[in-house]
Design a protein around this ligand. Sequence first.
Ligand code: ZN
Length: 428
Amino acid sequence: MALDQAIRDKIIASVERGFDEQIAYTQDLISLRSVRGDEYVIQDRVFNELRSRGYAMERFDMDQDAIERHPGGSPFSEDHSRAPIVVGTHRPRNETGRSLILQAHVDVVPPGPESLWTHPAFDPVIEGDWLYGRGGADMKAGHAANLHALDALRRIGFQPAATVYVQSVVEEESTGNGALMTHLRGYKAEAVLIPEPEDEKLVRANTGVVWFQVEVRGLPVHVREMGTGANAIDAAYRVIGELRKIESDWNTKKAGRPHFENEEHPINLNIGKIEGGDWESSVPAWCRISCRISIYPGWTAQDAAREIHDRVAKFALSDPFLSNIPPAVTFHGFHTEGYVLDPGSEAETVLANAHRAATGKPLQSFMTAGYLDTRVYALYDKIPALCYGPYSENIHGFDERVSLASLKRITTTMALFIADWCGLEAIE
Ligand code: ZN
């Protein structure tokens, strides 16, 4: 049921008309510093924004117990966000179309040293086509696009003829537990769209992600006795060597895997953080490394975790220092599986049509080697899970930025997609 040409033109013009307002709202979201655990204010803002438009609102907390019992749940650490999840629900007068979840996360990764940013990280500066700021691309631009794609329909007197849930979650950058919580709460629809910054392409496959820490301990001695070799930082470097071997072994397993075998290096291990030692002239008694590794779809986080644990334990036995006090491996964040979007779903066809109408180009799909919340809906709701969003640069880096022209195009795609997937009814 393709959209009528006249309606399509009206929707395209309506996105254009609302775009200044959409940019201003996106800038507001960027200026709210919503790093992990600090998402209360932004979730409150999102709640009010949805409520002011008449959506039925719910705000709820994470259920740690239920999350940790679920196979897709990641363990809680003391850094886990306690900020609420926000869901706004649109109900049509007559439910004639197909229901939809529009989801986005508000948490952003830490900005790192401010001196490496051209503008302050949470200052939403526009230069030419680029909107700067930590979390602007990933993914406050998409977050605002969810709301404004629906606004574009309202502006011309229409609303979706099906239930639409607008979900605003946290913990996307650390555990994926926010998205899982919406599933556990019972929200379900016939498709989901998440506008992450994917360069106007559709994600065909992605990886799971596992976070872990390795802690090495030794006996502190004065440096003049360090010949005994019990230096926890040196030992941690040897453990990192073994972790690099695991990474290399997992990369050789790309052979025969569609979406992965043609990638140079699909599995990435990041040694993200290292802490250790207490004093320049004491041999360090402890060292802790915090790591992130990706896994192929179809591998469970549990199996990957077991392999990491066993390989580190085995390596420790071969090392004179580590064999005395084996390193402890703990899992403290992402514990998630990847997914593959089956081609040929009706939802994908509708998105491809909308994308062509908005951009004049065919929709391309690709593999992305990172975590995405779409996995919750693909793996546990078993619905078409579409991850598609604007062009960006430097997400998780310095001078993160999103293209405004691209943001307008993908918002247009989204509005057309909603109109076609859900159907439209006149607002009374
Ligand atoms: Zn993101």
